[in-house]
Design a protein around this ligand. Structure first.
Ligand code: PHE
Ligand code: NA
Length: 452
């Protein structure tokens, strides 16, 4: 029997799982997605997606990892010989993400630094698109904007050290520091944001329900898409993490805790972001609908403008971008662990050799995203990964487990054997019927809009 790494405590595992789940998706993706898809009314499809796909898939992935005690490729292989490729496909997606995710984290590091003196001046958009990206591409030393390669390198060194130290002394310890710090700094920002003038109008805009959206299929697709991405499902992560659980560990309750913690953070981010947008709109006299952005635009164009308008700008700027860094780092560690565990098992390498090879390769590739062309590359890759990679691989995963290998009953009894909460028909129906139907519909919709 091999000597498999293990988490030191249940809390350690939960914090690591939350660290993976809570990421940029919560802070910059959820608020705008909810707003664009019905505001307050979005919570219905969103909660439905959480209960019928998010938590059931988490339970399934936790059970697979716990039962087969392997990273995703070998877990799937142990279920059925013909399924190993499914694990590698997920690992490959995670590997690709890990080549551009750290670049965004590096930008956040630089912006934390810029916040101190609001280096972006009174045109944050132009600053980001022109000064920031072009100067960092040229790598002009000693210019106002230092090159992004330094923070990028620093991030890789941190990720390397965490992974090199192993599951308990590395990943678990890091998350025990990152997650409390992240929650604390984010809470401070949200409290500040909701007490700014105009915040209430922002919250009104965020929560105002547009019930007509409930009948729109694309809103449901957006809800399931958000849940999948946000819970790091079908990325090989949760299988890998749960493979380090001791034999006597709860599964189902842990999945509920992870799912609700992630959604709570998402809701908190929605409140903070829209309170801040409400403040911004009242300061510049433009409607909220005109200042809403998501992703890179929200973090690096809108937020700098908001920060400049705020009292104690430097402090809150550092807190905001520092939160992005913490959220991003803990997700980074989790994505990288998938291929480290994968190659370690496949080639019988030591953990340390796998860490050197895995993070080394990803770090070198990440340099391609660290220049101006990188932003376009990032957009394209991100789009395909989210719309085809994950939805498709998630679809294959539920079909393979539910219909091809017919593993659901076995997984159910495994989970029930160790968990506080029992699962049954609801769980099997969610995995075998609801999730494949929604993911299949999602794929068709994406194909249709892309063909037009
Ligand atoms: N779940 C993370 C988020 O919400 C994103 C992520 C996806 C992280 C896949 C790692 C892997 O931001
Ligand atoms: Na998330």
């Amino acid at each position: 029997m091999e000597d498999r790494s293990q988490w030191g405590t249940r809390l350690g595992f939960l914090l690591a799982a939350m660290g993976s789940a809570i990421g940029l998706g919560n802070i910059w993706r959820f608020p705008a997605t909810a707003y664009a898809n019905g505001g307050g009314a979005f919570f219905i499809p969103y909660l439905f997606a959480l209960i019928t796909a998010g938590i059931p898939m988490l339970i399934m992935e936790y059970t697979i990892g716990h039962k087969y005690r392997s990273s995703a490729p070998r877990s799937f292989k142990r279920i059925s010989k013909g399924m190993e490729w499914l694990g590698w496909w997920q690992v490959a997606i995670s590997f690709i993400i890990s080549t551009y995710y750290p670049v965004i984290v590096a930008w956040a590091v630089m912006y934390a630094y810029f916040s101190i003196g609001q280096t972006w001046g009174n045109d944050p958009e132009g600053f980001f698109a022109v000064d920031f990206l072009q100067v960092s591409e040229a790598g002009v030393f000693g210019s106002m904007v230092p090159t992004v390669l330094y923070p990028l390198l620093a991030i890789w060194i941190i990720v390397f050290i965490i992974l090199f130290r192993g599951v308990k002394k590395g990943i678990e310890l890091a998350n025990k520091i990152f997650i409390p710090l992240l929650i604390l700094s984010f809470l401070l920002i949200v409290i500040r944001a909701v007490t700014l003038p105009g915040a209430l109008a922002g919250l009104d805009a965020f929560f105002a329900p547009d019930w007509s959206t409930i009948r729109d299929g694309s809103v449901w697709v957006a809800a399931y898409g958000q849940i999948f991405f946000s819970l790091s499902i079908a990325f090989a992560i949760m299988i890998t993490f749960s493979s380090y659980l001791p034999k006597k560990s709860d599964i189902t309750n842990n999945a509920f805790i992870t799912g609700f913690a992630n959604s709570s953070f998402e809701l908190l981010a929605g409140i903070g972001v829209f309170a801040a947008l409400g403040f911004m709109s009242s300061q510049i006299g433009e409607p909220i609908s005109d200042v809403v952005r998501s992703g890179v635009g929200l973090a690096f164009m809108v937020f700098p403008a908001i920060i400049s308008e705020m009292p104690a700008s430097g402090f809150f700027g550092v807190l905001f971008f520092g939160s992005l860094v913490l959220a991003g780092l803990s997700s980074m560690v989790s994505i990288s662990e998938t291929y480290i565990a994968g190659i370690q098992e496949k080639f019988n390498f030591s953990r340390r050799t796998s860490v050197i090879i895995g993070t080394g390769a990803a770090a070198i590739l990440s340099l391609f995203f660290a220049n101006q062309g990188g932003l376009n590359l990032l957009d394209t890759v991100d789009y395909f990964i989210n719309n085809y990679g994950v939805a498709l691989v998630g679809l294959f995963e539920v079909l393979a487990i539910g219909w091809f290998a017919r593993e659901l009953k076995a997984l159910q009894s495994h989970a029930n054997g160790v968990s506080d909460i029992m699962i049954g028909t609801w769980w099997r129906f969610s995995i075998a019927v609801i999730t494949p139907a929604v993911l299949g519909y999602m794929m068709l919709q994406n194909l249709r809009t892309d063909m037009m």
